[in-house]
Design a protein around this ligand. Structure first.
Ligand code: DAH
Length: 348
């Protein structure tokens, strides 16, 4: 476009307006993005823009001419303003359509399956057992898996030549050390470190020299319980266990004690449970299932840790975590817990 510098006649201004309009129409068609749109706005409507410059020429005309030329110029200004507006709207429309297309979800597609981990059934059972006894006021205690002969046997009333040791055959580490075969050594460790009353449960891993089969595993879990205080009797033991049976298995289970032998308790018992009113065809014991070994702590064990057996009495039990889980869910092979097949684990 020719720069407008000198005074203009009406006809000249009219021609300049027409020329500006054509220039605008050509330029308008080539707008592609925000930047070119803004450049166009500045070129036509900016302070030094084409339309603005023509406006200043109105003063060259007579008042009559000026009115008509002013209308013409205003019409051009409106055309440009509205055109810019329309272009801007069109650009925004395209941008939002692009965005939508990119973000659109196809709700008919199958979702992404994200497998969520969960607690191992043995962990679940252990936590649940801890919970039952913590509510009864017992505190969780732990001890080492690599134990000394003293804690695993000796202090539990099993001297070196005691035949009962055969039942708890271990993996021996040398120099009097072995992998603990039960959680009972934790009883001794705790009693040696504090005075009565003692109310503890001890969950943990145990090891035995057993060949794996449906009911044996060389590594397994136990939970031990120990309560030592003045005046405790077998009746207290029975109450604690019955609380556990009804919390863990449900109120529809009954329990009984059957005589047993453990070197560290006197008297000793096996605890059996059975679903009330359940007919018991195939299973031995007439439907009764053994869930734990228990008893009154042998006075020799109490004396061995420095307690006075005339002053305090105590009771204890030890249960197998796997066995609890097997009874709860009807699992028949203990090895299922360690094979870690996702399809087995996903059931719990
Ligand atoms: N420690 C025994 C075992 O592993 C279980 C047991 C029996 C623990 C009687 C006790 C108890 O505390 O009093 O077979």
């Amino acid at each position: 476009m020719t720069p407008i510098i000198q005074a203009m006649s009406r006809v000249e201004l009219q021609q300049a307006v027409e020329e500006a309009r054509r220039a605008w129409q050509t330029a308008e068609a080539s707008v592609e993005d925000e930047a070119s749109l803004e450049a166009l706005r500045i070129r036509f409507l900016g302070k030094k823009g084409v339309v603005t410059a023509l406006m200043t020429r109105l003063r060259d005309l007579s008042p009559e001419e000026r009115a008509e030329a002013g209308r013409m110029l205003n019409a051009l200004k409106t055309e440009v303003t509205e055109g810019l507006e329309a272009r801007r709207a069109a650009l925004m429309e395209t941008a939002s359509r692009d965005r939508e297309a990119k973000e659109r979800y196809d709700f008919t597609l199958p979702g992404t399956w994200r497998p969520i981990g969960r607690l191992h059934p043995l962990t679940r059972v252990r936590l649940e057992i801890e919970d039952v006894f913590q509510r009864l006021g017992f505190v969780v205690a732990t001890g080492p898996e690599a134990e000394s002969d003293y804690y695993n046997f000796e202090a539990l009333n099993m001297p070196a030549d005691h035949p009962a040791r055969d039942e708890w055959d271990s993996f021996y580490l040398g120099e009097g050390r072995l992998l603990r075969t039960h959680t009972s050594p934790v009883q001794i460790r705790v009693m040696r470190s504090q005075q009565p009353p003692v109310r503890i449960i001890c969950p943990g891993k145990c090891y035995r020299r057993d060949n794996p089969d449906a009911t044996h595993s060389p590594v397994f879990y136990q939970v031990e319980l120990l309560w030592v205080e003045q005046g405790l009797t077998l009746a207290n033991l029975k109450w604690v266990i019955s609380e556990f049976v009804s919390s863990f298995f449900g109120p529809e289970y009954e329990m009984r004690f059957a005589a047993d032998y453990f070197p560290f308790t006197e008297p000793s018992a096996q605890v059996h449970i059975r679903k009330v009113g359940r007919e018991a065809p195939a299973r031995h014991l007439g439907g009764w299932l053994e869930i734990m070994g228990a008893g009154m702590v042998d006075p020799a064990v109490l004396a061995g840790v420095g307690y006075d057996p005339e002053e305090v009495t105590g009771f204890a039990f030890g249960l197998g975590v796997e066995r609890m889980a097997m009874l709860r869910w009807g699992i028949e092979d203990i090895r299922s817990f360690y094979e870690n097949h996702p399809r087995f684990l996903a059931q719990f």
